[in-house]
Design a protein around this ligand. Structure first.
Ligand code: NCD
Length: 403
């Protein structure tokens, strides 16, 4: 999307991410969400706690009414010019859950873009009509550019609103990574409905896997599919790289467009993270504590389509068959940002390890938690949680808040 006004920010965009981050926060709180680098494990835990409270409150009418009291004075602009089902719907559902109204544009052809309006002028219009802009664009730098524009507006005393990156080109997808982390955190609590004073799922697992620890540390994570162009992989790998003792396995057909991109490999090596690259899931599927599948992103194909250049066998080596899924550790979750193509057959959905639909459902809670954080109503959420959930007595584990 060429626009003369974009070039104004090119020097800012070309800086290393670390140098940019202070500009996306104010008084220690994030205002714009653009990169996974903005989230450390402390903030991830904070968002997970809020997401958990929201999901519990949303179970009944009273809780839903309390949630709707949190942000009825805020309005969100959903500007999604790239195809989206889950991210768009879960952001919209999250806004409505918190009492926010939503405005939306999904097709730029119905806007003044069709009359040649510069994209940043459109962003200014969104910012005067809403309190936050949640955007997905095929242009990698667009969300970041909008954040600089908003910062400039704020400095000039004009109205400025937070920018949330809901997927930027093949670059980053930080809010997907937040819900991926939340799904992994839930899986690695190793709790079960059958837990009692006599038996615990975790202790039972430990008989078979003595080294197993709770939480995201000390785990083998596998990423499979289109690692070169999948923005969700890049964002999640970045977040996971902050956890101790992890090993990362990357599975992709041997094609330069599909292999992990060299920049990410360099970053992981600098962080001294153990990485292994494979061309078939068979090489290490049994070692994984979690597997993150992705589809081949053929919409980015040029004339040299990887799908056409690779053999059927090379592509299928990175498909998760039922038989392969059964070779995974019994507790290891299978994740996928979705949509899927043929890399996971429907039959795998019945496997207890398959968590991708739960993962997608977590999008609403995590994105609502992010909005609660951005608009600084965590204390109000906590108040609603205590007032509505009260204290319940769990006869196995003592008195616990609301579970
Ligand atoms: C992903 C995306 O858009 O990057 N989907 C999503 O947001 N849940 C993955 C994909 O399109 O393959």
């Amino acid at each position: 999307m060429p626009s003369p006004s974009f070039s104004e920010f090119s020097t800012q965009i070309l800086r290393p991410t670390g140098l940019k981050l202070p500009e996306f926060q104010r008084n220690g709180r994030l205002i714009h969400v653009l990169f996974p680098d903005q989230f450390d494990p402390v903030l991830l835990d904070r968002i997970a706690v809020a997401a958990e409270k929201i999901s519990l409150l949303a179970r009944d009418r009273k809780g839903c009414l309390a949630l709707r009291e949190l942000l009825p004075h805020r309005e969100a602009m959903l500007f999604f010019t790239q195809p989206s089902t889950r991210t768009y719907l879960s952001f919209q559902a999250a806004c409505h859950l918190l009492g926010m109204d939503t405005l939306e544009i999904r097709d730029p052809a119905v806007t003044s873009a069709a009359k040649g309006e510069p994209p940043l002028d459109a962003i200014r219009m969104f910012s005067v009509n809403s309190d936050i802009i949640i955007m997905r664009s095929e242009v990698s730098d667009f969300a970041e550019t909008c954040a600089y524009l908003m910062n400039n507006e704020a400095r000039s005393g004009h109205r400025a609103v937070p920018i949330i990156n809901a997927g930027s080109g093949a670059d980053q997808h930080p809010t997907q990574a937040l819900l991926d982390i939340y799904t992994l955190q839930n899986a690695f609590r190793f709790t079960s409905d059958q837990d009692s004073t006599h038996w615990s799922y975790f202790e039972d697992l430990r008989k078979r896997h003595p080294q197993l620890v709770k939480g995201l540390t000390q785990k083998h994570y596998g990423f499979c599919g289109d690692l070169g162009r999948g923005r969700t992989v890049r964002s999640l790998v970045w977040l996971l790289s902050q956890y101790q003792g992890i090993t990362l396995h990357f599975f992709s057909p041997n094609h330069p467009k599909l292999r992990m991109d060299p920049e990410l490999r360099q970053f992981l090596l600098q962080r001294r993270i153990e990485i292994h690259e494979h061309t078939s899931l068979d090489e290490a599927i049994h070692e994984l504590d979690a597997l993150y599948m992705t589809r081949i992103q053929s919409e980015h194909d040029g004339p040299d389509s990887p799908g056409a250049q690779l053999s059927k066998a090379e592509l299928e080596a990175c498909h998760l068959t039922e038989e392969r899924a059964n070779r995974m550790k019994d507790y290891a979750p299978i994740l996928h940002p979705l949509p899927r193509n043929e890399e996971i057959p429907f039959r795998v959905d019945q496997n207890p390890r398959a968590k991708y639909f739960e993962q997608a459902a977590n999008g609403k809670w995590v994105r609502a938690a992010l909005l609660v954080y951005i608009f600084d109503v965590e204390a109000e959420l906590d108040h609603a949680y205590r007032a509505n959930m009260g204290m319940v007595h769990n006869y196995n584990q003592g008195v616990m808040p609301g579970r």
